[in-house]
Ligand binder design. Sequence first.
Ligand code: PMP
Length: 396
Amino acid sequence: MQLSSLLQRFNEPETLKMAKLGRELRAKGIDVIDLSLGEPDFDTPEHIKQAAIKAIEDNYSHYTPVAGYLDLREAVCTKFKRDNNLDYKPENIVVSTGAKQSLANTILAVVDKDEEVIIPTPYWVTYSELVKIAGGKVVEIRSKPENGFKISPAELEAAITPKTKMFLFSSPCNPSGAVYSKEELRGLADVFAKHPNIAIISDEIYEYINFVGKNESIAQFDDIKDQVIIVNGLSKGFAMTGWRLGFIAAHPDIAKATEKIQGQFTSGTNAITQRAAITALTADLKPSMDMVEQFTERRKKVLELVKAIPGIKCFEPQGAFYIFPDVSSYYGKSDGETTITNANDLCMYLLNTAHVSSVMGDAFGEPNCVRFSFANSMNNIEKGWARIKEALAKLK
Ligand code: PMP
């Protein structure tokens, strides 16, 4: 059977590919430490689980409104006011099956064939592939570690052409951990204000996992707010990756357009998850903050361990739960059997010799780096990094 040409246009997520390779080794009885995946290792807080159980008992078993239950969209608005001091109404909100689907809906709703989408590197693997699925063209701005993996207003301005339709970024950033300050966002907003037809996707899924203070949203600037589509969800902040709930806040025209797409793809998100999400978004955030405290301790530990390894240059993440060090000093080295020529070789070497999975930076548009997650137990972090250190020491 000849499959569609669409399949040739995009790649499967490198993060999931690495996790799969790790699982295959584990199935052979090898003790693999997974530092490749992007999900909290914690259980979903009890009060959220109870809300889901109650929803089942209350027979929330029917189709929901495509954009999500009205009281959930109201709860999302309450969250935006509470956490971000942003005013939104339910008509601005569309709830989807994960932030990934929110991104897919939005990109398909906004980007036409051959239109350009500016994405600063390093970026989350899925961004570029969704743009390709929509037929758009990815325009990368290569950010530098010495600039904190952030781009300047001048770099943004230089990348804009008459074909630019969208700008897409995350803060905190997966994979670099960069967090834009209010002043830095204002600088970018000044550029966007001159280009009112450019849509800005602000992916704020790591909002709570921020080690430098309260997260700032680019939607806070009234002169560009209508251009901004905030993407957020429950996966990271509430340890609910498997529940699949994300949402956008956007101008009603964009919200309606994404709802139209969602109406054909999924008819809306799982009803039980939606009911539980109301509790997650309106209850006390202490369980989330307790998780963040643990991420803070792990971040400290992992930075300590990484700094003790020669040849790894590590930018200190300000948010999210990854480190994204430059490992290019190992390129050209060999343990006598395997020669490392790029980040992929290094990841495969670490998987096969240290039994630690990671993700090559090429997948994020940054070929000199590798992403290692610290969303794993302190014990696994210590064990994993001891193995990495030993394996890297063999490369001469
Ligand atoms: N955006 C970023 C930056 C992410 O890292 C992820 C998950 N890895 C998502 C969006 C998607 O999250 P969800 O589970 O809500 O689809």
